[in-house]
Design a protein around this ligand. Structure first.
Ligand SMILES: Cc1cc2nc3c(=O)[nH]c(=O)nc-3n(C[C@H](O)[C@H](O)[C@H](O)COP(=O)(O)OP(=O)(O)OC[C@H]3O[C@@H](n4cnc5c(N)ncnc54)[C@H](O)[C@@H]3O)c2cc1C
Length: 376
């Protein structure tokens, strides 16, 4: 496409966020071009570990107007999500170009979207490259000297490969709990969970009930009320978690999610494994020296494997570096809490978690972005 005849909208990334925006644009008569470096739709989920199932209930974790087939579990598995996204993209026949990596975006009247092969010109650009694009490793003295195996949670792999191993999981957030939930089922694994700060924890099921089903209700309450409800559910499900060595949360989980974008950890076996002594909650790591890991309370431990469950960044520096819309750690600087940026026509989708689900948020962002673009 020529500079004089730019695309109305180019979406970088055809994951659930990019596809949600595409759906809303098409409803408004705009056919966006989606560029994605993956080989096929759903690659991000395909690359995640095989035990993964959603923490969010299937009733609120689907693409707009498109539900999961009957018999899909309440918490869809990784492969259910891969299929769901692929089927959705095929059904709507979006213009998705796979295997196309965008290397930079510049703006001079129109946007120039530079791929490895060509420049695509566009009047509007939606960056939907994922909030989890780049794994973040912990900043710990001597981390590189560790003589055992080091994995980021994004490269967890098969849980059974950890059988009989001593594993240190660094980080007691959403990813840390996900990893411990899976390791807890592996025979002979000894687990240390190193936790720096407290957070509320929600059970995946309580008395057989999928707790997350109630998230749309919590989403209507003011955050402080949701904080109280979450604390109450936690207390009823697990008792006093500080007796298990888990630090007390200093702020409510819903408030933290809204203000700091920190997702709520979900228990699916981790707490029982702590109660049974298979997993031990330990203090933060102060330094690593070869095979020894020194904890802040002075204890020395010798894990075979360290799993860093220390989160991700959006990693947007090189892609958008020249535009002044990215902070020091590569995350987007948005206008207010919305999907817009300081540059008219440049939008972000999928960069904010919510109480209900990413799918739910992406649906709303898609509608907002499509409304603004169709009016430009
Ligand atoms: C382990 C894990 C579990 C999760 N569980 C849940 C859950 O239970 N419920 C929930 O609602 N959310 C969950 N999430 C959060 C969220 O739903 C996912 O991260 C989801 O993949 C986000 O979708 P996305 O479209 O924003 O980003 P992605 O799925 O990452 O898609 C981004 C797309 O952009 C492409 N891309 C990236 N860079 C470029 C480039 N330079 N050029 C071209 N293409 C590019 C990628 O190939 C990819 O296809 C989870 C996240 C993780 C990490």
């Amino acid at each position: 496409m020529e500079r004089s005849n730019p695309e109305k909208a180019v979406i970088i990334g055809a994951g659930l966020s990019g596809l949600s925006v595409a759906y809303q644009l098409v409803r408004r008569g705009i056919s966006p071009l989606l560029l994605d470096q993956g080989v096929s739709v759903g690659d991000t989920w395909r690359s995640r570990h095989p035990q993964l199932s959603l923490n969010t209930h299937r009733s609120v974790s689907h693409m707009p107007g498109f539900t999961y087939p009957d018999k899909t579990p309440a918490f869809p598995r990784r492969d259910d999500v891969v299929r769901h996204l692929g089927d959705f993209a095929r059904k709507h026949e979006f213009r998705v170009r796979n295997g196309v990596e965008v290397v930079s975006v510049a703006q001079d009247g129109v946007f120039s979207v530079q791929t490895m092969e060509e420049t695509v010109f566009a009047r509007n650009v939606i960056v939907a490259t994922g909030r989890d694009r780049r794994p973040v490793e912990p900043a710990i003295d001597g981390f590189d000297t560790f003589s055992g195996q080091k994995n980021h949670s994004s490269a967890f792999g098969e849980a059974t490969d950890y059988a009989g191993k001593r594993v240190l999981v660094i980080g007691g957030g959403n990813s840390g709990f996900d990893i411990v939930n899976h390791l807890a089922r592996v025979p002979g694994t000894r687990i240390w969970l190193s936790v720096r700060s407290g957070s509320a924890i929600l059970p995946k099921r309580f008395n057989g009930l999928a707790v997350h089903r109630f998230s749309p209700l919590m989403n209507i309450f003011p955050a402080v009320l949701s904080d109280l409800a979450i604390n109450l559910i936690q207390r009823m499900a697990f008792g006093n978690v500080s007796e298990l060595g888990l630090p007390m949360a200093t702020s409510g989980a819903a408030t933290r999610l809204l203000n700091e974008q920190i997702a709520i950890p979900v228990d699916d076996g981790a707490i029982r494994s702590i109660k049974e002594g298979k997993t031990m909650v330990v203090s933060p790591v102060s330094r690593i020296d070869g095979k020894y890991v020194k904890l802040r309370d002075g204890t020395l431990i010798e894990p075979d494997i360290i799993i860093s469950a220390t989160g991700y960044s959006a990693g947007l520096e090189s892609l958008l570096g020249g535009l002044g819309v990215v902070d020091a750690v590569g995350n987007p600087v948005r206008r207010g809490n919305g999907s817009g940026s300081s540059i008219p026509g440049l939008f972000f989708a999928g960069m904010t978690p919510g109480l209900v689900s990413y799918f739910h948020n992406a649906g709303k962002e898609g509608r907002d972005i499509a409304r603004v673009i169709s009016a430009r």
